[in-house]
Ligand binder design. Structure first.
Ligand code: HEC
Ligand code: HEC
Ligand code: HEC
Ligand code: HEC
Length: 133
């Protein structure tokens, strides 16, 4: 019952954001194929990522994945531009806290999944095939 209401309010919120022009359908792709064409070797191939499901049903916040650090603090807010992860995370090498692209993805995706499992919540394991089909 409670879950149902949370879902209903999220749908209403998304509707309001859409109607107010903060979010547009074009701004928010619902399914994304993450395909780093820039890797020297594309060993594992593209990853199908359920963007809308994560932000909705799975209750992930935009800020869990999108960021813009100023003085070490994430200042990114809904409505701000979203740049590709590869804009800042180099494919070849890490620089300090800015890990190279593959690590940025693995730390973000698997980091959250593992955290959820530790909390006893539902999340997928880290088998390669979970994400790399
Ligand atoms: C669980 C992680 C996650 C969550 C939560 C999430 N996103 Fe994303 N989003 C991504 C990833 C990954 C991409 C693809 C980035 C890339 O290709 O480099 C993306 C892409 C986008 C893009 C398209 C960027 C482009 O130019 O292709 C927009 C816009 C966006 N997200 C907005 C949002 C908003 C708004 C929210 C919250 C309602 C949100 N995202 C929640 C991970 C997430
Ligand atoms: C505008 C540049 C920029 C973009 C775009 C960007 N990052 Fe980052 N990211 C950074 C910087 C800078 C840090 C280091 C922050 C710090 O600790 O000082 C960072 C840190 C991280 C971290 C570790 C800390 C944390 O906040 O989780 C992960 C994981 C990460 N990025 C993944 C991603 C993913 C996945 C995407 C795309 C959805 C992305 N980044 C897009 C600049 C960026
Ligand atoms: C903030 C937390 C969080 C982040 C970040 C996150 N996920 Fe998830 N993800 C979840 C949760 C929670 C579930 C399980 C929900 C369920 O089964 O009820 C899930 C499920 C999945 C699933 C299995 C179900 C499905 O929809 O396909 C895949 C695959 C997946 N995530 C891939 C990714 C990828 C790829 C990324 C990084 C781009 C990512 N996730 C980032 C929380 C997260
Ligand atoms: C939770 C999701 C997830 C899991 C589990 C996962 N990966 Fe990834 N991985 C990604 C994402 C997202 C990317 C970025 C894809 C891109 O940019 O093409 C990536 C990129 C990569 C890349 C660099 C791009 C390429 O194809 O060469 C390699 C190599 C890789 N992963 C290996 C692995 C291996 C090996 C495992 C299992 C031990 C694994 N991954 C498990 C999500 C995952």
């Amino acid at each position: 019952m409670r879950k149902g209401w949370i879902l209903v309010s999220m749908i209403i919120c998304a509707g309001l954001l859409l109607a107010s022009g903060i979010l547009t359908a074009a701004d928010f792709p619902s399914d994304i194929v993450i395909d780093g064409k820039t890797y020297k070797k594309d060993i594992k191939g593209p990853v199908n990522f359920a963007h809308a499901k994560h932000a909705g049903e799975y209750e992930a916040q935009c800020e869990d994945c999108h960021h813009n650090y100023v003085d070490g603090k994430n200042t990114w807010q809904t409505g701000d531009d979203v740049q590709k992860c590869s804009t800042c995370h180099d494919v070849e090498k890490s620089e300090g806290n800015v890990k190279k692209l593959m690590m940025a993805f693995h730390n973000n995706c698997q980091g959250c999944h593992e955290g959820k499992i530790k909390e006893g919540k539902k999340a997928p394991d880290k088998k390669c095939e979970t994400c790399h089909k």
